[in-house]
Design a protein around this ligand. Structure first.
Ligand code: DCP
Ligand code: CA
Length: 384
């Protein structure tokens, strides 16, 4: 099922907090910044100040030259922190899955939460209305099936906006936009892309990923995926991972089942070791395949019992892989494994406890060796 992700960003945040406290400021060019006598810079500019060319990061002295009538307010962070806390509390009433990106910006995964409101759009309107009622601040909301689309959408509809990109519309939405709209493309990257003849997101997506990677390294691979509307990152507060995953992109697309299986085995070992390090077990195991044409599929099963055992997770993943390969003969460019529905370890197993099953003992012995000598020190063969 397609995910439904909101990116919610408060408009002119510092300025809006000041305006809520002092409504006389509304409708006027207002700047919140540091100390003008000490080379302060603009932190936030009201939408009325922006047509003068004023933006965050600009020297206050310059902002004053551009718009002498602008009202300048010294930043008071305790106010903004309070407003931010209230903003986050409001969002928690709508979905448990939120990921703050700063004081005034949040991803909210509302997959499965929209029904009581009628639609994603109605839910977004309800959130905006609640924020406005309680904080007297407008928010802009981007709606998409992945983070990158939601984030770009919210930026495009500011201020007080709402922009929904329906499932399947991602590519058409992204294609005509300038590459600089992609999160992660700064001036330097924009310049490099320009030298490659690329100015729009659509053009970036059409390049071969190899070419982009050669010029921009690992970042290039990620940007290329985003440009194709492919972004599997989940919404999770830092330190609260809901899943553990690993994936590999191949240098060359492959149809070789044995090779895919061997790669999957290595990935399972890494994922299970992560689980054990975090003292977690997983109830769900999913594999992901991305084909040469970028079609991406995931196949998931629920285990009878939560597990962190490599052999258990691998044999499940292996079955999923074989079933998928039997149905579809298309070259694969990426394979991934994800363990989710994590539960804490019910029983803390002592190393080499006599009651331990053989595969568990083996995993723990490997963890110990890897802990000592590094992750590449040992790998079990494919038949373990
Ligand atoms: N901020 C800052 N210095 C910057 C950029 C931002 O202190 N260079 C602070 C002030 C902003 C807040 O972070 O109010 C949020 O940053 P945003 O980039 O979201 O900017 P605004 O909320 O001010 O405006 P917008 O309506 O464009 O989101
Ligand atoms: Ca903002």
């Amino acid at each position: 099922m397609a995910r439904c992700i909101f990116h919610i960003d408060l408009d002119a945040f510092f300025v809006s907090v000041e305006e809520a406290l002092n409504p006389e400021l509304k409708g006027k060019p207002v700047i919140v910044g540091g100390d003008p006598e000490h080379r302060g810079v603009v932190a936030s500019a009201s939408y009325e100040a922006r047509p003068f060319g004023i933006h965050a990061g600009m020297a206050l002295s310059k902002a004053r030259r551009l718009c002498p009538q602008a009202i300048l307010i010294r930043a008071d962070f305790s106010r903004y922190r309070d407003a931010s806390n209230r903003f986050m509390e409001i969002l928690a009433d709508f979905s448990p899955d939120s990921e703050p990106l700063g004081l005034d910006e949040v991803y909210l995964d509302v997959t499965g939460c929209t029904e009581p409101y009628g639609s994603a759009r109605q839910l977004a309107l309800a959130i905006k209305a609640r924020i406005y009622r309680e904080l007297n601040i407008t928010a802009s909301v981007g709606i998409g099936t992945c983070k990158v689309v939601a984030k770009i959408a919210s930026a495009l509809c500011k201020p007080d906006g709402l922009l929904e990109i329906a499932p399947g519309e991602e590519q058409a939405f992204l294609n005509p936009l300038p590459v600089a709209k992609l999160p992660g493309v700064g001036e330097k990257t924009e310049q490099i892309l320009k030298e490659m003849g690329i100015t729009t997101i659509g053009e970036l997506g059409l390049l071969s990923v190899e070419r982009v990677r050669r010029r921009l390294g690992a970042t290039g691979t990620v940007l290329h995926s985003y440009a194709r509307g492919v972004d599997d990152r989940e919404v999770a507060a830092p330190g609260e991972a809901k899943s553990v995953s690993q994936e590999r992109t191949f240098a060359r697309d492959t149809l070789d089942g044995n090779f895919l299986e061997a790669t999957l085995h290595n990935l399972c070992q890494e994922v299970c070791q992560d689980l054990r390090n975090q003292h977690k077990s997983a109830r769900c195991v999913a594999i992901k395949l991305r084909y040469a044409d970028f079609e991406t599929i995931t196949r998931q099963v629920t285990l009878q019992q939560a597990s962190d055992v490599t052999r258990v997770v691998f044999s499940t993943a292996q079955q999923l892989l074989n079933r998928t390969l039997a149905k579809q003969e298309k070259p694969v460019r990426l394979i991934g494994i994800r363990a989710s529905s994590l539960v804490g370890e019910e029983r803390q197993l002592a190393m080499f406890d006599s009651g331990m099953e053989k595969p568990e003992r083996l995993d723990r012995a490997i963890d110990k060796i890897r802990g000592k000598y590094g992750p590449t020190a040992i790998k079990t063969g494919g038949d373990v």
